[in-house]
Design a protein around this ligand. Structure first.
Ligand code: AMP
Length: 614
């Protein structure tokens, strides 16, 4: 049931208010949302003043001569807008063990390893202890909002597939790990008080298990055992939920055997996971095992989520941004359940919430909570930016319909830091703008959290194509596609080859004697080795990306592609080959010209410890 009250704001705009709350705790949280969104600009001013007051003596702010000023005008005039690369020398000093107040007056408690990379490695984002409270605060607003739209969520459980990833130590002994790994390992999560709206089917021990297989196996098994209690099914990103379904497709027989026997497979060895599962799996349940085996052996996976978990009201997964490519597959597996995107967040800062969670994926907007950090907005598409600092808009001043890059200032010491996300303003909730996530800047290919840009792809193709030199062959053109029709998805790179003395790819291939020494397969692996650490980790540790594929196309294919673009109105002088294609007719054209396909024969190199810069 959707309950909305339409209220006129001071400016006369109609706003659909959240509420009414179903209980006192929710009502307090909704009041907080009202308060901060009604006073967006004042809250932002206070947040900035508080950050600048605390960090006044940091080396960074002193470097720019802020001189203790805490107002926006001085801040904007003196402190530059920066990217991660500008901060890297400071971050490296902290990582190496310099404990002086470089960026933040509060000690840096750990680094969060972003899925965004710099020079091929995960960015290290400094964080301070109290950031956990801020993240917790945003999490605590999610259910009160959802409860306004979906009743009865306290009557059952959430089946969430949540995972931790490996951690590392910097040379200065600071822990570096992904933000969710940090959160799941925090007291906030591990010792969370009982909340009927936040009961998970997954035992905490299973979530905290670093072995991806054991963790997934235990979480799936517990989800199956409690199938009738499940009211919502989710993962952080859509790709994660699809991997869980793929896991079920591959392992349902083992899972059913365990349920029928009332004992856990010996493949799960972690003692704490075994103990947690044993609490649920104490005796055989042949009826449940039989039911599950019947559903899973049908060979028809359409609507499997609602067939197995019949009381599911919605899927809780992010399907905005790069994840939009998974919407139709999720619709297929869930029989069209609503997909709820609750939150917009990053390692650098948690930003905001979707205040109308039951909407179509294409209509999702996030309201940035003005108390989470200080936010500025770099307008996009205005031609050349003369004086960047002057052009940045404040949170309360962005204009509906315009696109901006998000720039943040955080308590942990990022000042005017470009996040790299492009957002479009879709409206306001009270005085707080709501944003559609448009895209991440410079991302060409993404299967899950990996983000490969054009320069990285170019470099990978250059490195791999060097292997063709002994055959007097070159890659004359290439493009790419994130293939997600199978799970896990994988990168497909289309190559058109030219070998000396031949005029088409087929002959080039023969010249390369591919069948004999597998040079093309080695090219696939060489490309993977050249891609960034997040890609390689996803391939090696998580198995969330499949082997890279090169599809060799016939000679002349890329010329045909250009002819096609020109026939659709592209200018012959300005035509630029797209380095990534998603448009189905173009993909069809490319695929119809494929002469051979090759897969990476082995996973690339990856270790939780960083590679020395090369
Ligand atoms: P990370 O720093 O690895 O946590 O990744 C954060 C990035 O993930 C953000 O800057 C966005 O680009 C993306 N992201 C996070 N939440 C969402 C969302 N709700 N919709 C689309 N993209 C998101």
């Amino acid at each position: 049931m959707v309950v909305e009250m339409v209220v006129l704001t001071e400016s006369g705009n109609a706003v659909a208010k959240l509420g009414p709350a179903t209980n006192e705790k929710d009502s307090e949280k909704l009041r907080l949302i009202e308060e901060v969104t009604e006073n967006t600009d004042a809250v932002q001013g206070k947040v900035l003043a508080e950050i600048l007051r605390r960090n006044a003596e940091t080396e960074y702010l002193r470097r720019y001569g802020l001189d203790g000023a805490t107002d926006r005008t001085a801040f904007k005039a003196k402190v530059p807008v920066v990217a991660y690369e500008d901060l890297q020398p400071d971050i490296q000093r902290i990582a190496n063990g310099d404990r002086s107040a470089i960026l933040s007056a509060h000690p840096i408690s750990e680094f969060l390893t972003s899925s965004g990379t710099s020079a091929g490695e995960r960015k290290l984002i400094p964080t301070i202890k109290e950031d956990l409270d801020r993240r917790q605060l945003l999490y605590s607003l999610q259910m009160p909002v959802l409860n306004c739209y979906v009743p009865g969520l306290d009557q059952g459980k959430g089946l969430y597939f949540l995972f931790v990833k490996s951690e590392m130590k910097t040379p200065g002994e600071l822990t570096a790990r992904p933000v969710l790994t940090s959160y799941y390992n925090s007291e906030h999560f591990k010792n969370r008080p009982y909340d009927p709206y936040n009961v998970y089917t997954s035992p905490t021990a299973a979530i905290l298990c670093t072995d991806a297989f054991q963790s997934m196996y235990a979480q799936m098994l517990c989800g199956l055992l409690q199938r009738v209690d499940v009211l919502r099914v989710g993962a952080v990103f859509a790709s994660g939920l699809l991997r869980a379904i793929r896991f079920l497709q591959l392992h349902w027989q083992d899972l059913c055997n365990d349920i029928a026997a009332g004992s856990l497979t010996t493949k799960v060895t972690d003692p704490s996971v075994r103990a947690a599962v044993a609490e649920l799996l104490s005796q055989p349940d042949r009826a449940l095992a039989g039911f599950l085996a019947a559903e899973c052996s049908k060979g028809d996976w359409a609507g499997i989520i609602t067939r197995i978990w019949p009381n599911t009201k919605y899927l809780d997964v992010i399907v905005t941004g790069a994840m939009a490519q998974y919407i139709s597959t999720l619709e297929y597996y869930s029989g069209g359940l609503p997909m709820v995107c609750t939150m917009y967040a990053s390692s650098e800062c948690y930003f905001g919430l979707n205040l109308r969670p039951i909407c179509k994926p294409s209509e999702v907007s996030y309201t940035i909570m003005p108390n989470m950090g200080y936010f500025e907005f770099l307008p996009q598409g205005d031609g050349h930016v003369q004086d960047q600092s002057q052009q940045l808009a404040d949170l309360a001043d962005v204009e509906v319909g315009k696109e901006y890059e998000l720039v943040i200032t955080t308590y942990a010491g990022l000042n005017r830091y470009r996040v790299g996300d492009i957002l479009r303003v879709t409206g306001f909730y009270n005085a707080a703008p709501q944003f559609r996530f448009v895209r991440r800047k410079n991302v060409l290919l993404s299967i899950e959290s990996d983000k490969t840009d054009e320069a990285e792809l170019q470099r990978a193709v250059e490195i791999a194509s060097a292997l063709l030199r002994p055959y007097d062959a070159t890659v004359v053109e290439y493009t790419s596609h994130a293939y997600t029709k199978s799970i896990p998805g994988h990168y497909v790179i289309y190559w058109e080859l030219l070998a000396m003395g031949t005029s088409n790819g087929e002959e080039a291939l023969e010249a390369l004697q591919v069948q004999r020494d597998g040079v093309m397969a080695r090219c696939c692996l060489a490309m993977e080795e050249a891609l960034n650490a997040v890609y390689r980790q996803s391939r090696v540790a998580d198995g969330s990306i499949g082997p890279l594929e090169i599809r060799v196309v016939r000679g002349g294919t890329f010329e045909e592609l250009m002819d096609y673009a020109i026939s659709r109105g592209a200018s012959i002088n300005q035509y630029k080959l797209p380095r990534c294609v998603t448009f189905p007719p173009i993909l069809e054209l490319l695929d119809s010209r494929v002469v051979s396909t090759h897969f990476s024969p082995a996973p690339p190199t990856w270790s939780p410890h960083r590679r020395p810069a090369n």
